[in-house]
Design a binder for this molecule. Structure first.
Ligand code: AMP
Ligand code: ZN
Length: 430
């Protein structure tokens, strides 16, 4: 199903032409309106007229999250404050947040892209959309809320947490779709189990839109099984309006990135040089339609690759592979580079492992992985636990090349956050 068939299936040549036109207009606008970019251009002796082809995007400066913080609160605005309609901030980091402004057109565009995403997975106006993301300064809930309303769904702004209330809403209003983080989806699945609820029998859920933090294919399968839904991966970031940047279609193999709104590059995170299509590197995005706060070559820090083949669904917008993690999530333990995703991949491939885990770093370089057991996996025999623990240690060692301690803990005993999961606690005194 298509929300906007013409644009979603636009032939690549026309799509690239449209991108170039929009890139040129964006560059002209920021040169006139944003002193930060004007100064950068003048240092690089760059004029908007130098952007004659899409490849010339490489001549433009990168924008980093440090630039957003340095220009806080409103240094990167390209419109007057009177023309702004909404403010969001980006979550998760210490110190000053990043402030993101939306104009009326930006709010409308963000909703339009979310509508495309939802309809692509089969959502219709008959759906009841329970939004379990955090409402507030975080873009995740509100931006998707507008998209689901645009499609015509009944939207329930449940927010995260309060599982009893979530269940009540699901039962009484027959929610068919949820929008949720992977960590809360797994926690909620455990809650349903403890209540004796069988989602296939007792609920009307069909789809879950899962994103805001990285997760693996095995985690997707766990959520699908436990909630009786199809899970679609949803990618976005506040700097690019929040959700609706890239989303899976019915083939669930890579997320279509809406290239009429975002120009994508994959670069080597160390050198910033472009990588050949299909290779993993850092995603860099340039906004093509953003009015209030256009951003050039924004360094997302997210590690992904472009799926090289066209998608059988007929959409021409290229797909991103599942995000492997953020380049700044990388841990260095005993000199080895480790992404928390590698650990999740090992854990979630084991059926005896439950739904939550936590990586704790202590002392000089001691790594302990706390792992929740699955509800059914303890039969009272201690030697079985010891065996499982050893099995996890050796599989982790093979994946991350260092030997962590593994601590098995009862199901539901590790902390769950309402917003994004905190997977790593680093107490090291280095
Ligand atoms: P925020 O700006 O607070 O919404 O955070 C955006 C960040 O969340 C992105 O840059 C990614 O690191 C992460 N993120 C969002 N969606 C996904 C997803 N589907 N898979 C992996 N990471 C995601
Ligand atoms: Zn597709």
């Amino acid at each position: 199903m298509f929300w906007d068939h013409a644009i979603e299936t636009l032939d690549r040549a026309s799509l690239r032409q449209l991108q170039l036109k929009r890139l040129q207009a964006t560059v002209r606008r920021v040169a006139r309106k944003v002193s930060f970019y004007r100064e950068q251009f003048s240092q690089a002796r760059l004029r908007p007229s130098h952007i004659g082809a899409l490849a010339d995007v490489r001549r433009l400066p990168f924008t980093t999250s440090a630039d957003l913080r340095a220009n806080y609160p409103s240094g990167l605005l390209a419109v007057g404050l009177d023309d702004t309609l909404r403010l969001h901030t980006s979550s998760g980091t210490t110190g000053k947040p990043k402030a993101l402004f939306f104009s009326r057109q930006d709010v409308a565009n963000a909703a339009e892209l979310c509508a495309r995403c939802l309809v692509m997975t089969g959502v219709t106006r008959g759906d009841v959309f329970q939004n379990m993301m955090t409402y507030g300064l975080f873009t995740g809930a509100l931006v998707m809320h507008y998209g689901a309303e645009k499609v015509g769904c009944l939207v329930i702004p449940a927010g995260p947490g309060n599982s009893e209330k979530q269940l009540l809403l699901m039962l009484d209003f027959r929610s068919t779709a949820v929008h949720v983080t992977p960590s809360y989806a797994l926690y909620f699945a455990g809650f349903l189990e403890s209540k004796g609820i069988d989602p296939r029998r007792d609920l009307a859920l069909r789809r879950a839109f899962v994103g805001a933090e990285p997760y693996t294919e095995d985690t997707r399968r766990k959520i699908e099984q436990a909630l009786g839904v199809d899970v679609f991966n949803s990618y976005g970031l506040s700097e690019m309006n929040g959700p609706g940047v890239a989303f899976e279609c019915e083939h669930k193999h890579g997320m279509h990135l809406w290239e009429d709104h975002y120009l994508l590059e994959i670069v080597d995170p160390q050198t910033g040089e472009p990588l050949p299509e299909g290779e993993y590197g850092e995603l860099v995005l340039t906004t093509l339609c953003r009015e209030a706060m256009p951003l050039l070559r924004y360094r997302t820090r997210d590690i992904t690759a472009v799926v090289p083949e066209p998608c059988p669904c007929g959409r021409t917008h290229r797909r991103l592979q599942r995000i492997r993690g953020r380049s700044d999530d990388m841990l260095i333990v005993r000199g080895v580079n480790i992404y928390p995703q590698q650990i999740e991949q090992v854990l979630m491939s084991l059926p005896q492992v439950g739904r939550n885990y936590l990586i704790v770093l202590d002392g000089l370089d001691e790594m302990t992985v706390k792992v929740e057991l699955a509800q059914t996996s303890f039969d009272g025999q201690v030697e079985h636990l010891v065996h499982l623990e050893n099995e996890i240690v050796s599989r982790l060692r093979a994946e991350i090349l260092t030997r962590p301690k593994v601590e098995l803990v009862p199901p539901g005993s590790l902390p769950v956050s309402e917003g994004k999961a905190r997977r790593v606690i680093d107490n090291r005194k280095l």
